[in-house]
Design a protein around this ligand. Structure first.
Ligand code: SAH
Length: 364
């Protein structure tokens, strides 16, 4: 519900939500599928155009509901084709969404919160503080708006083939809304993405990793960044609550029972901090117990922070140490850095909350 208009935003409803809405209107459940298709597969924002619904039903829908995505505040195109939008959200803040085109896929990097509570020492978003969780409509609104704004792709039906929750925020601390949004992304009549192509990235909220496995086991990426607790406590303070051992056990449970599944471990390389070959060796040893692949991220400098990017030789050496020990390891290509759209550079505009003390434990 939008408080100002008291109209339900249809972008915030997954299929069960829409079925509930239609039940309340005395309509059959299949109407939910029809509306999902109009909204998401066809990018429709006008009830009048939904011609397989009766005129009377369209009018009733228009009276009680709306189709409202976050408003574009800025739209930047990087020299490598990466595109970044700043979306205004109610309350005066803005969030960022990034589209990364590649030959065979197009990845949309979405935000899940306005700001972040986790305070990772090297991340730009952390410096913005935390304002609030995004609603389902605001998460789905990012893919809805991007799908409409992106030009048609010459070689494939849809420009967006993959979604990663690697924008602003910790998705597992906004669990219910993130899962409902993912349901829309996976719905065949909406975006029809396979679970392999939707990745939730987490700093390691262990209880919520287990809930995700039970409710919506999409691809999982874990921001590890250190091979031992002492260093990880410093870089990712959430580690003090859920240390590496406990986290890796949750990762093992996440993929148990399906030998094809792996966890992606993100590891941002910070010069002289976590990029020593001995640390690669320790990392390989640690990850021997989990079906894993490692994604090494060259650090994108953040103004005012005491970290710098590992030199390319150090990155290559770190990767080779992992490969030599049988791990799958890749180096993430830095994309969109000329528009501050690279990993950890997403800042948006986060207004301070009246009260900043937010419990770390997930609300759900
Ligand atoms: N909170 C979630 C989602 C954010 S994903 C998580 O932590 O996984 C963004 C990824 O980029 C995380 O792995 C994060 O640690 C990493 N990152 C943050 N700041 C960065 C920076 N300046 N350079 C490179 N990677 C960074």
């Amino acid at each position: 519900m939008d408080a100002a208009t008291a109209k339900t935003n249809l972008l915030g409803l997954d299929r069960p939500g829409l079925e509930g809405l239609f039940a309340s209107l005395g309509e059959k459940p299949f109407r939910a599928g029809q509306v999902l298709q109009w909204l998401h597969a066809r990018g429709c924002d006008d009830f009048v155009a939904m011609t397989n619904l009766s005129k009377a039903l369209r009018e009733r829908l228009a009276q009680g509901s709306q189709i409202a995505a976050p408003q574009v505040q800025a739209d930047h195109l990087a020299s490598d084709g990466t595109r970044k939008w700043l979306f205004q959200v109610p309350g005066g803040s803005a969030i960022e969404t990034v589209y990364i085109p590649e030959t065979r896929r197009g990845t949309l990097c979405v935000s899940s919160q306005v700001g972040c509570q986790l305070n990772c020492s090297f991340c730009q978003t952390a410096r913005q503080g935390f304002n609030r969780n995004l609603g389902v409509d605001e998460i789905v609104g990012q893919i809805w708006a991007a799908s409409r704004l992106l030009p048609p792709h010459p070689a494939r039906e849809k420009p967006i083939t993959n979604v990663v929750f690697m924008g602003m925020g910790e998705p597992l601390l906004n669990f219910d809304n993130v899962v409902a949004a993912i349901r829309v992304m996976l719905d065949d009549l909406a975006y029809g993405l396979s679970w392999r192509r939707v990745t939730v990235s987490t700093s390691g909220v262990v209880p919520m990793i287990d809930r995700l496995r039970e409710e919506c086991p999409v691809a999982l990426a874990v921001s590890l960044h250190a091979p031992d607790d002492a260093l990880r406590d410093e870089l990712v303070p959430l580690n003090r609550r859920y240390p590496i051992d406990v986290l890796l056990d949750a990762c093992r449970r996440y993929v148990a029972g399906d030998s094809r599944r792996r966890i992606t471990f993100e590891y941002t390389l910070l010069a002289g901090v976590n990029d020593h070959p001995a640390q690669a060796k320790a990392l390989a040893k640690l990850l021997a117990r989990v079906p894993a692949k490692v994604n090494l991220i060259p650090y994108n400098p953040v103004a005012g922070l005491p970290y710098s990017t590992s030199p390319p030789q150090a990155v290559a050496q770190f990767r080779d140490e992992l490969l030599r020990r049988g791990l799958v390891a890749t180096v993430r290509k830095t994309r969109g850095d000329d528009i501050a759209g690279a990993c950890g550079q997403l800042a948006g505009q986060v207004l301070p909350r009246a009260r900043r003390a937010v419990p770390l434990s997930p609300s759900a």
